[in-house]
Design a protein around this ligand. Structure first.
Ligand code: ADP
Ligand code: MG
Length: 297
């Protein structure tokens, strides 16, 4: 490959809003056949809203929101921001002491002397807190609609569920269609539950979904796809993400693509940064690398 053609490709990328780190990036990314995308903040906007609040039988709804809001206030997770924003609208929130962030699970803290938790079923199970039937149903119903349902517990007992929902970015569907036109196998990766993930993937016609993936396991999903492609003509793997959670997977991928709105960690781990947080630019980046290299050949 001539350096001139690679530089021209890099310059064309900049015009399109695709910032490419180093001219060699395009050359290395010539055989991408699979594109793995993070769900929250990449395919979806990541700006979540609370859609329902369900206290357990006999529980106090306002108290549930207040404790959950206090718990989630120190967290930067999109789920946490939705819950704490909603709670702050309803009134002042108590302080969270000994706050702990539990990646892929939720959060814990001491609120007004009570040991409190907010997170998924896995988190409550690990703490030996049983989930009453009514709450289990609230989780199932919400998930079936593509919502993420957070369980809240304090003093060793489940107290209720809060559902949050995200919206698919307006261009995601067209971008995935574009990727398929390029012959790419499309894969969605998320720490969220299976049903919520399926509900989103179905509407977008995504080929493959990996749900309940803990942050540390995202890199293994990328490595497995690379292993499956070894020796094949289009065996390379691109990864698109935005979170701190995605950084290791972005580094592992043959082409790491960070959303412009992403965290510094994701951007630092990537070969390409998209100036607009639009998945269409990720498809454009793959097309650009192919076009640049066919000009070179
Ligand atoms: P994603 O891959 O969608 O960004 P994460 O790995 O960040 O997902 O989170 C996976 C799951 O862990 C969430 O769907 C949620 O159930 C739970 N979780 C993570 N952070 C929080 C939090 N701050 N509050 C409640 N639940 C959380
Ligand atoms: Mg994300």
């Amino acid at each position: 490959a001539t350096p001139v053609a690679l530089l021209a490709g890099t310059g064309r990328g900049a015009q399109l809003g695709i910032m490419i780190r180093g001219a060699q990036t395009l050359e290395r990314a010539r055989a991408i056949g699979t594109i793995i995308m993070d769900k929250t903040g990449t395919i979806t906007s990541g700006e979540m809203n609370v859609t329902s609040v369900d206290p357990v039988a006999g529980g106090d709804r306002d108290e549930l929101v207040r404790i959950a809001g206090a718990l989630e206030r120190p967290s930067e997770h999109p789920i946490a921001q939705a819950i704490s924003r909603r709670a702050a609208d309803a009134g002042a929130l108590p302080a969270a002491e000994h706050f702990i962030n539990l990646p892929g699970r939720g959060v814990s803290a001491l609120i007004e002397g009570r040991e409190a938790l907010a997170g998924n079923q896995l988190l409550l199970q690990e703490r030996g807190i049983s989930i009453p039937e009514g709450l289990g149903r609230a989780v199932e119903d919400g998930n079936a609609q593509g919502q993420t349902v957070i369980l809240v517990a304090w003093d060793g007992q489940a107290r209720g569920a809060i559902a949050v929902s995200d919206t698919i970015k307006p261009t995601s569907k067209a971008a995935i269609a574009q990727m398929k036109k390029l012959g790419l196998r499309t894969v969605m990766l998320t720490g969220d539950n299976e049903r919520a993930a399926q509900a989103i993937a179905e509407g977008l016609d995504i080929d493959e979904v990996h749900a309940n993936v803990l942050p540390a396991d995202k890199v293994a999903v990328v490595a497995a796809a690379q292993e499956a492609g070894r020796g094949q003509k289009s065996g390379q793997v691109a990864m698109v993400g935005d979170g701190v959670n995605d950084a290791a997977a972005l580094t592992q991928a043959d082409l790491g693509i960070a959303m412009g709105s992403g965290t510094d960690a994701a951007i630092a781990a990537s070969d390409i940064t998209l100036m607009r947080s639009d998945l269409m630019l990720a498809a454009d980046a793959v097309r650009l690398s192919r076009r640049t290299l066919s000009i070179i050949k």
